[in-house]
Every structure is written in C-alpha cells, then in structure tokens.
Design a protein. Structure first.
Length: 508
C-alpha cells in the first residue's frame, strides 16, 4: 500500500429520496487509489443506493461526485464504465451458456470486416485472467465452473474495461473460506497495482483481513470513515447498530421465576440440531429449542440468521449434520416436511415471500391450512370464517372486513395476518424472522406480547431480530452468529452489551 494514496473519488452531500423514503441524506465517501475500502451498514443503511448512484443506475437528488479530479454524473452503468468505474454484483450478471472468453469480451469482441476474430478474442480474455493469476481454458462454458471462478471472470471482465475503481458488492456471499482467501489474494495484488477497490460486505473478519479503511452508513446517513487498524471491532458494531456499548444498560436482573421462564427451564426439547450446516450458507452448528421456550438468533446482517431459518424449515435443506424432533431423527428436505413435523415459518421478506397482496385477509390467513390439506379437501366457508374471525380477534388485526385485500392493511397488521396463517396450523415450533421489521411501535409491542403468549402455551419459538434490545427482551436464550457460523450462546442475565461483545470477538 502506498504511504499517501491519492484521492480518486470524492462524493459529497449525496442525497436520494424515493416515494415515502429518504434513502441517502447528505452522504460523503472518499476512495483512494491503491486502497481497499469497506462500505458497511445494516439493512436500510443506503449502501446499495449509493453504489447505484456512483455507477449511473440512479441520478442523485443532490450532492457532487468527483472522479480523478473532475466532476462526473454518469447516466448509466455503461457511462460509468467509460469513466473507469465498474461493479461486480453478488448475483453474477454474466451468461452461463457462453464461454469464459465470450463473457469477458462481450460487447467488445475484436472484429474484422464484421467477423469476430476468435483467436484474438481468446488471447485477450486469457491475458485478462492472467492479471488475476488465473490460467483457465477460456473456451470452456462459464456455467461449468464454480461460483468462485465465475466471480473471478466477472472481475477479469471489469478490469479489461480499464477501470480505475472496482466496486465489489457482497462478492464472498457464496464462497467458502478457501475461495475467499483466493479472492483476497487477488484483491491485494490489484491494490498493489494502484486500483481503488470498494468492498461491500457484512463479514467482520473479512473486513479486518483486507480493508484499509471503513465507511459506515446507518439509516441513509454517514456515521463516519475510519482506519481499519484503529477501529476496534466492538466499536464498529456499535456504529453500525447505533448503540455504542457504553450506552447500553447493564444486564437486567430478573426474579428467579422470570429467569426460569426465559432461561433453560423450559419444557422438553422439541427441536435439536447437531452439526447442521449447508455449504456456502452456514457453517455446521448445534441448536436446540424446548417447548415453551423462546430462543433468539442474534447477529449482524449477513451473519447467517436467515440462512439458518431457511435450512431448518427445509427451504434450503442442510447437507451436513442431523435434526431430531421429539427425540426422533428426521430429514427436513422441504417446507412440506417441516410443516408435517409441526414447524411454521414467517419470512423476513413480508411483501415477497409472505403476503399474497391481491388476496383478501381471509384468503391469506387460511392459505397454509388449506395447502396442508391438499387440493381435494377444501376448507368450507364456515370453517374458514371461524378460523379467520378467531385470529382477527386474538391478534387484534385491524381490518374493515375479512374480505379486505391484505395490501390495504398497515405493515403491522399484515404481519399479524401472517402470524395468524401459521398459528391456524397449530404448530409446535414457529420460526419468526424479523417479525417486527417495518412496523410501528404499537404493533411491535403487540407482536412481543403474542410471542410471550405463545411461549406460555408451550410453543417453541425461534426469534430472529436485528434489534438487539428487542431480542434480549423476549428471548430466554440467545444463540449468536457471525460470518455464517455460531460463535456462542447466552443464558441467564444478558443484555445487548454481552451480545455485541460476543459478535465482536475474533475467531480463534
């Protein structure tokens, strides 16, 4: 790394609003040649919006961007590439049925009299890969190589555009440790060549392994820019969450009765997972949830919380370890099998994976109950209304009518309707992934009271939340994840402070 790297990009006062939301509020970003700069923040921090503004996907509403000392305002990703900025996204935007060479040279194929010069194309593609230290058969179909190599091909394509700034958006999300190490070796080589690299990630260990500086965003605003070597992990987590450790109260002492309710004095173990994992998603972990127990799953965005939930529910089945339900070994290879064993799952993506927006409140609530019966045993209208009216009253769902389209309800009432959908199946375990995200304070309190009532009724609850105060308030035990692996478990008297410290603790 250079002693005094020169500034390559200066973004000042960047603003962007969308209907009903202010995505960026006066954000600054400085990127230097010959540096790897990490951009960090939780959901809604504004990272994706900032990247899209830098690369011409969105126009900013305010602020200025200078690149190599000149004001720029790219109108498209192609325009940004012509200026020397290129992005490699988490979802690789290449064509798997074309060869590696064709993907690297797509849109820039050397031609003579309108005919592609294949030998020249392949030589140029091979040279682009050699810059990354790779020797591949460039005639090979892209889809036949690993995701890690596809990521490298995407980077080689970006570099062949003569970029000065390379933006990597979650490039390691599908890579294992060896593949990450290979990528980091390439990034360090490119840094040594004077390239500026903006590295967007949620993985703390990776940031401290490769990044020179860190910019933190929160809720669309700039928290600050820091030298990685001078920013302790715990302080970084506090800045991302907006809760400095010093501001977190001491562990709340609870009466023995309450601690017993919240702690390990639950009923018999309902779910026990041993060494359960999925390659590229979550490292093998142990996890247990008892009847009448709320177990929290804590961690920063990208820590593996949702991946764990999806694995347990059979959406993305585990490829390692074993699962026992009521002491019997089971294989959860699909949501249908999980439901058959008494599982319910409320996804964090309420709009895409939860509600059916054009259906009524009634239809949304009875959806899972009807599906569990199959196409030939339909729920009668009277039975439907009994179920729906019961849960509208029990959960205080505010709707003009059961026939009101669910899209017309507030976010909090939509969330309650989704909970009703699963409770109508009378599950024994319910997985709640960010059940209070995007709903108002009153609705959050209703959901927390509901979780407590489910515990009292003997349900096992796995509760996932990025709000640590909420998580520690409702959970009897907390399992802590970081960088897609379990790093610890908290019982007894604990608070946000202890959770944050456990997240910050480096891997041994």
């Amino acid at each position: 790394m250079n002693e005094s790297p020169r500034e390559l990009l200066r973004a000042r006062g960047i603003e962007k609003s969308f209907p009903g939301a202010r995505a960026l509020d006066g954000v600054d970003l400085t990127l230097r040649a010959g540096e790897i700069h990490a951009l960090m923040g939780e959901n809604g921090a504004g990272k994706s919006t900032l990247i899209k503004i830098l690369t011409g996907v969105y126009p900013p509403d305010g602020g200025v961007i200078e690149f190599a000392g000149q004001p720029i305002s790219p109108r498209s990703p192609r325009g940004a590439e012509e200026l020397g900025l290129s992005t490699v996204y988490q979802e690789i935007n290449l064509i798997p049925t074309l060869s590696i060479a064709e993907n690297i040279m797509l849109g820039r194929q050397p031609k003579r009299f309108g005919v592609i010069q294949w030998p020249a194309l392949r030589r140029q593609a091979a040279r682009a890969l050699e810059r990354l230290g790779l020797q591949l058969d460039v005639k090979r179909e892209l889809g036949s190589v690993s995701i890690a190599l596809q990521q490298m091909v995407a980077i080689a394509r970006a570099l062949d555009l003569q970029v000065k700034l390379l933006i990597l958006d979650e490039p390691t999300s599908s890579l294992d440790e060896q593949e990450c190490a290979a990528l980091f070796a390439v990034l360090k080589r490119l840094r040594g060549e004077g390239l500026a690299i903006l590295f967007v990630t949620h993985f703390l260990d990776q940031v401290y392994a490769v990044a020179d500086r860190i910019t933190v965003l929160r809720n669309g605003a700039l928290v600050g820019e820091y030298e990685t070597a001078r920013l302790p992990r715990l302080e970084l987590i506090g800045k991302m969450l907006g809760r400095p450790v010093e501001a977190v109260s001491a562990a709340r002492k609870r009466p023995d009765a309450v601690a017993g309710e919240r702690g390990t004095a639950a009923g018999p173990t309902f779910l026990e997972a041993t060494g359960l994992g999925r390659r590229g998603a979550i490292h093998p972990l142990d996890l247990a949830v008892g009847t009448g127990e709320v177990v929290g799953l804590a961690g920063l965005l990208g820590s593996g919380r949702t991946e764990t939930a999806r694995m347990l529910f059979g959406i993305d089945p585990a490829d390692a370890g074993q699962t026992r339900v009521d002491g019997r070994t089971v294989r959860l290879r699909s949501p249908r099998e999980a439901i058959r064993h008494g599982f319910g799952f409320c996804s964090e993506d309420r709009k895409t994976e939860g509600i059916a927006p054009n259906l009524s409140v009634r239809e949304n609530i009875i959806l899972a109950a009807q599906a569990s019966r199959g196409p030939w045993r339909r729920l009668g209208r009277t039975e439907q209304m009994q179920i729906v009216e019961h849960y509208i009253r029990a959960l205080n769902i505010k709707t003009p009518s059961p026939e009101t389209p669910i899209r017309n309800l507030s976010g909090g009432n939509q969330q309650k309707a989704l909970l009703a959908r699963w409770l109508a199946l009378q599950p024994r375990l319910i997985i709640l992934d960010e059940p209070t995200r995007g709903i108002d304070v009153g609705a959050k309190a209703d959901v927390e009271r509901l979780v407590d009532s489910l515990r009292e009724r003997g349900l096992a609850v796995l509760f996932i939340s990025s709000e640590l105060e909420e998580l520690t308030r409702v959970s009897g035990r907390v399992i802590v994840l970081r960088d897609r692996r379990k790093v610890g478990e908290l019982t007894g008297d604990f608070d946000e402070n202890r959770v944050m410290r456990m997240i910050a603790q480096p891997h041994e």
